[in-house]
Design a protein around this ligand. Structure first.
Ligand code: UD2
Ligand code: MN
Length: 356
């Protein structure tokens, strides 16, 4: 390294070039402001100003073309009307009727396709749900225009767990995937908590070609950083192939916690790794809430996680069983109501010790 440096500095033009380029750089900083120069160099992700936000419905009408127009081309790879940081408030969840009025081109079942060009990407958003109607309304209010801005061909599926048995987020997501794939040939499956709202529309709801992607890398509840390395909770994006490669999600995590770590482990065990939206972009606000009744902390999660390596190929999409009670196209989403059974009796840590 040292020798190379010397030979380079020997050249008479070296210092001259260095000085000129430094001068140019300083001039550029002076003329355009430091942050915009850094944005130009490092991509548009650095320097988002989240104190200056815009309404997610701003200029959506630019998408409304002449009713006679015929689509002939694919939408551009990067939508021209992304705005960046979005204004999000949870004071008063809007009514379904108001959301419908603001999203005139969403069709039955929560479908949308750009009207003046062919959507380049087909995205299914899948939401596990029970007794969170007001959260669902807030999410739909923000998500529909967010996805339209990105010019996606998309649909929203809500998988509703019937009954009062313990909640099972990962199993509901498996069901959502199986059912969603009956409706369309999706490029990307977005697995989405009902209470998380994306703060920046440049965080595209499309999949990475190679690896499962964690979209909610920076949530307000974790002070906009990852709570720990390998964290995979919240919102993620997998292609159907990636999803099948990990045998989907586990069906055996009843109650709160652990299933997200199991999924992260499946990804590694099947030879992939996790990609993430950069922290400055993967920002989400979580609607504040208490723990739901029927979703108590899963005390078996550490035991289950110790066995993921042994079990993941047998517990997942290939062992999924459930009863679909109804399949219903509402104006803003497709609702799947399912009976997923209930948690099997598992020996508690204490009763296991009693055996000995
Ligand atoms: C965290 C993760 C979540 C999941 C969970 C552990 C975040 C933001 N999310 O969520 O992805 O790993 O921990 O299981 O850190 N739900 C209902 N009704 C219920 C219970 C749950 O609809 O009665 C759904 C809903 O979509 C909710 C999700 O399940 O967003 C996760 O449950 P949570 O929000 O109670 O748990 P939280 O925020 O700790
Ligand atoms: Mn939550």
């Amino acid at each position: 390294m040292g020798a190379m440096f010397l030979t380079r500095t020997d050249r008479p033009c070296f210092f001259m070039c260095l000085a000129v380029s430094q001068l140019l750089f300083i001039l550029l900083l002076y003329r355009r402001g430091a942050s915009s120069v850094f944005q130009g160099i490092f991509g548009s992700y650095l320097g988002w100003d989240y104190s200056r936000t815009q309404d997610v419905y701003t200029n959506l009408s630019l998408f409304i073309p002449d009713p006679e127009a015929v689509r002939t081309q694919f939408c551009p790879a990067r939508s021209p009307i992304l705005v960046g940081p979005l204004t999000i408030t949870f004071n008063k969840p809007p009514s379904l009727k108001k959301i419908q009025q603001k999203n005139r081109y969403v069709t039955s079942g929560g479908y949308f396709s750009p009207r003046h060009c062919f959507g380049r990407y087909r995205t299914a958003v899948i939401i596990p749900h029970r007794s969170r109607e007001s959260h669902l309304r807030s999410l739909l209010y923000y998500l529909h225009p967010f996805l339209q801005r990105q010019q996606l061909h998309y649909a929203i599926f809500v998988v509703h767990q019937a009954g009062n048995a313990t909640f099972n987020r990962a199993k509901l997501l498996n069901i959502g995937v199986r059912e969603a794939l009956r409706y369309d040939d999706w490029d990307c499956l977005i697995l989405h908590d009902v209470d998380l709202v994306p703060e920046n529309d440049y965080n595209l709801y499309i999949c990475d070609d190679y690896y499962p992607k964690h979209l909610s890398s920076a949530m307000d509840k974790f002070q906009y950083s990852l709570p720990y390395w390998g964290y995979f909770g919240g919102v993620s994006a997998l292609t159907p192939d990636q999803f099948m490669k990990i045998n989907g999600f586990p069906n055996t995590y009843w109650g709160w916690g652990g299933e997200d770590d199991d999924i992260a482990m499946r990804i590694r065990l099947s030879g992939m790794s996790i990609t993430r939206s950069p922290l400055s972009l993967g920002r989400y606000k979580m609607i504040p809430h208490d723990r739901d009744s029927g979703n108590e902390e899963n005390s078996h999660r550490y035991t289950l996680l110790r066995n993921t390596k042994k079990n993941w190929k047998d517990d997942g999409m290939n062992s999924l069983d459930f009863h679909l009670l109804s399949r219903e196209k509402t104006p803003l989403y497709t609702n799947l109501t399912v009976d997923i059974g209930e948690a099997p009796e598992m020996p508690t840590e204490a009763s296991k010790w009693r055996l000995f």
